[in-house]
Design a protein around this ligand. Structure first.
Ligand code: NAD
Length: 457
């Protein structure tokens, strides 16, 4: 898509927003139509996700389509309440008046999404953006082209171009988009590109949400229920073949339970994916050759404890566990694939200290049945969000904000937090005219000073 076309799309939306800010009724109508069209197009969306990532229909519904539908249902239930002015109390110094905050849309929003959950990560922020009254331009990832095409079809079927539109393209188009003046930018992707987005946004003082990644630790202490722990780690790590921003990146366990945990992890991999995960038609593949080669190069033969097979033709890598320490190559960057390094600690204090030496992760998981250990980890490590005795499931709760901290993210969304992210709250004091207290006006007197000191203390 050329720059003139991109400019045309942005101008159209600015003009539309300037003249027709979407009313709550318009938003509700749009959300209902979006819901209906997603349901109608669900088989097509599944097909695209199968082509791009070999996702099974069940996984596609559970981790992409269902999540978006659920977010729409949530917004339809709450939008009227959220879009209403929120009364606030007024201090005596402002008497007589009423005060309130007024939720207002930012305007034209740019949504940039990645390839790993290519449908959900483009459409869920859109749901929040339009619920809050914005218009939006979506730039889906160039690496999941089948899903991008379905997104384009869905959006053109549901919205007029001045309300929601799509720009198909890669780095060039995205760079051009980022040079334009948007009212808000919502980015999901790598920390490297997040930095570029933030720098570009600064040129226009555009507020941003950055949903990024990192190396999310999964800590397991001696007191954990090892069988259940292994089952839940295998679920969270190998969903979408590990290409999940909140997947446990590495396993950090007490040295006393390493062997037992390893045995159970292997058992769970076989139970969940069969002995031949590469032949399992419901096991996703790696998105492209570049990512596949990067991951295969991390497979140090000497350190493989379980799995390790891969297939150049299907771009699949089986669930694999490797021995590692913090200096291993696999521990230098976010893995983003089905490789799980296992590291050990002697004490929980040592574990906390080592986790804190690294960038602040998007997620952290602590498996322990000891309340003190759970609290110690939560109180002393910085991370976006996480679970005690589970993986990933904190993102499946509308009431919890989803986002990172520092290198793993700025801002959050989901449910009310999503509405707030795309909303500017105007603060209003509505002053009444029947009385006008004199203290604040010149000329000042001793009495006025005394009164001011009485009110402001
Ligand atoms: P990416 O940063 O490479 O790409 C994301 C988007 O940015 C794409 O649309 C791409 O076209 C665009 N882009 C890429 N390079 C650019 C550049 N130089 N200038 C401008 N735009 C550019 O990320 P990815 O590889 O698609 O996704 C993987 C990363 O995303 C991982 O780090 C993962 O942890 C993170 N992620 C985070 C979340 C979250 O919700 N926090 C969810 C999924 C993925």
């Amino acid at each position: 898509m050329n720059n003139i076309e991109i400019n045309g799309k942005i101008e159209l939306q600015h003009e539309y927003f300037a003249n027709n800010r979407p009313s709550v009724e318009t938003r509700i109508k749009a959300l209902k139509l979006l819901y209906k069209n997603i349901k109608l197009m669900a088989p097509k969306i599944c097909e695209a996700l199968k082509l791009d990532l070999n996702k099974s229909d069940t996984e596609a519904y559970m981790s992409e389509i269902g999540i978006v539908l659920d977010e729409i249902s949530y917004m339809l239930k709450h939008i009227k309440q959220y879009a209403h002015i929120q009364p606030e109390s007024t201090p005596l110094s402002n008497f007589p008046a009423k005060s309130y905050t007024m939720p207002c849309a930012y305007g034209v929003v740019l949504i940039i999404s990645p390839w790993n959950y290519p449908f959900m990560l483009a459409i869920e922020p859109l749901v929040d953006a339009i619920s809050a009254g914005n218009t939006a331009i979506i730039k889906p990832s160039e690496f999941s082209p089948n899903t991008s095409a379905v997104i384009q079809e869905l959006i053109s079927k549901t919205f007029s171009k001045e309300y929601v539109d799509v720009v198909i393209g890669g780095v060039e188009e995205c760079t051009y988009l980022l040079d334009q003046d948007f009212d808000y930018i919502f980015f999901t992707g790598s920390t490297r590109v997040g930095k570029i987005v933030m720098q570009k946004a600064a040129e226009h003082f555009t507020p941003v949400t950055l949903e990024m990644g990192g190396k999310s630790p999964c800590i397991v202490d001696d007191s954990a229920d090892i069988k259940l722990t292994a089952k839940r780690i295998v679920f969270g790590k190998f969903l979408n073949a590990g290409q999940t921003c909140v997947a446990p990146d590495y396993l950090y366990c007490s040295e006393k339970i390493k062997d037992k945990l390893l045995y159970e992890l292997g058992r769970q991999i076989v139970l969940q994916y069969s002995v031949d995960a590469l032949g399992n038609e419901n096991y996703p593949r790696i998105i492209n050759e570049k990512q596949y080669n990067r991951l295969v190069n991390l497979l140090d033969k000497n350190s493989i404890l379980f799995g390790g097979k891969f297939n150049d033709k299907t771009l699949k890598i089986e669930p694999t566990i490797l021995d590692a320490n913090f200096d291993s190559e696999i521990m230098q960057n976010e893995i983003f694939g089905p490789l799980l390094p296992i590291l050990t600690f002697k004490t929980i204090d040592e574990a906390i200290k080592n986790v804190n030496k690294h960038n602040k992760p998007l997620a952290l998981y602590i498996f322990s049945n000891d309340k003190k250990t759970q609290e110690k980890v939560l109180n002393n490590c910085d991370f976006g969000g996480g679970c005690i005795n589970d993986t990933i499931m904190h993102i499946a709760n509308h009431n919890l904000p989803f986002g990172g901290i520092k290198q793993s993210g700025i801002g959050a969304y989901h449910g009310k937090h999503g509405f707030d992210t795309f909303t500017h709250y105007k603060s209003i004091v509505h002053k009444y005219n029947w009385l006008d207290l004199p203290m604040r006006y010149q000329p000042f007197t001793k009495l006025k000073e005394k009164l001011i000191k009485m009110f402001l203390k």
